[in-house]
Design a protein around this ligand. Sequence first.
Ligand SMILES: Nc1ncnc2c1ncn2[C@@H]1O[C@H](COP(=O)(O)OP(=O)(O)OP(=O)(O)O)[C@@H](O)[C@H]1O
Length: 360
Amino acid sequence: MDVRFEHVSLAYANKQTNILTDINFKIPAGQLTCLLGPSGCGKSTTLNLISGLLEPTKGQIFFGDKDVTRLDALERKVGMVFQSYALYPHMTVLENICFPLRMAKMAKAEMLKRATELAQLVHVDAELTKKPGELSGGQQQRVAIARALAKSPSILLLDEPLSNLDARLRVEMRDEIRRIQKETGVTTIFVTHDQDEAMHIADQIMILNNGTIQQFAAPNTIYAQPQNLFVAKFIGNPVINTIALNDHHRTDFVKLVPKDILAKATTLAIRAESIVPINSVDTLTHPFSGIQLETYQFGPEVTTQIAYHGVPITSNQFNTHTWVNNQHPIPFELHKNGYFLCDSNDNVIWPLKEPLVVTR
Ligand SMILES: Nc1ncnc2c1ncn2[C@@H]1O[C@H](COP(=O)(O)OP(=O)(O)OP(=O)(O)O)[C@@H](O)[C@H]1O
C-alpha cells in the first residue's frame, strides 16, 4: 500500500509554529523507506501522522486511493514497532505474538498457526514458551516485529527499532529486518538518525531537516547526487570535506567546471575517497596539490589530512607508503563524481544532474 502526503502541515497544539510545513511525498508500496535526519527534524512526527496517532493541521494523507486523514490508528491497520520493545512482560513469546489476534477474536487453531508461522519468520520459534525478560534485546525486537505483523498490516512502521541494541546486534537486526521485509513484501517505513543504517537497509531514503524534505531518493542516488550541502554532509563516512572557495581553489577548477558555474559556486565539497595521490608532477594536467599534515591508522583504515590551499581536508586514499611528512606539496587528483560545488543557498550546482523525479 503506498502512502501519500498532500500539502501536510503539523503544529502541535501548544505551539504556534509548524513542525512540518506543506509536506508532499509518495512512499511506494512493497518497499522499505527510511525517514532519516538529525534529532528534532520531524521523523517521529511524520511517522505518527502516518500511523494516525497525530492528525495533520492541514493537508491530506492517503493509503493507496483511500483518504485516511481522519481515521484513527486502529482504523488505518498499521503495525508499529518502537525503540522500546513494549512487549507484555508477564506473557510468553507465543502469547505476545497472539495478543493482537486474540483481541481480533481469531479462532484459536488459526491464531496458533499464524503466530507459529510468524515466530518462524523472525526466528524466535525456539523461544515460544519464554517470557520477554528471558530474551536478548535482539530477540525481544524480533518478537515485537512478529506481533506487529500478526494482523497482516497494510504498512509496518518502525520507530528507531534498533537504538537499544549494541553495535554488532544492530547490524545483525538491520539485515534481519531487511530479510523479513523482502519475505513479506509489506510496505515498511523505518525511522532512524543513523545514515549508515539507512544506507544499508533502505530502498529509498527521505532526508528531513527542520521539518522539510531535503531529498527523497535511492541510497546510491543520494550519495552520488546530493541535492544540497546538508545532504552531502549528512550522508557518508568520513563526513564530506567542505571548503569555502577562494581564488586559488577556483583557479584549480578552471579546466574542469564551466566558467558561469564556477562564478556562482561558494562552497566545494569533496568526498574523502575521491582524493587520490598521484605520482605525476605535471601541475598543468593535475592542478591539485596539498601538504600532508597528519596520517592516522585505525586497523585497515588510513586517513590523511592535507592542507589544500591552507584548508585541511581528509583523504582515505593515501596509505602509509605515501606518507612523506615533509612540507613539499603532494599532487593528488579528484575523482570526477566525488566533488560537488554549491551556490550561496547551499544547493549543489555541479555536477549538473537530471531534473529530480518529483516524489508525489
Ligand atoms: N508533543 C509535542 N509537543 C510539542 N512539540 C513537540 C512534540 N513532539 C515533538 N515536538 C517537537 O517537534 C519537533 C520534531 O520532533 P520529532 O520527535 O518529530 O523529531 P525526530 O526527528 O523524531 O527527533 P528524534 O530523533 O530526537 O526522535 C521537535 O522540535 C520537537 O521538540
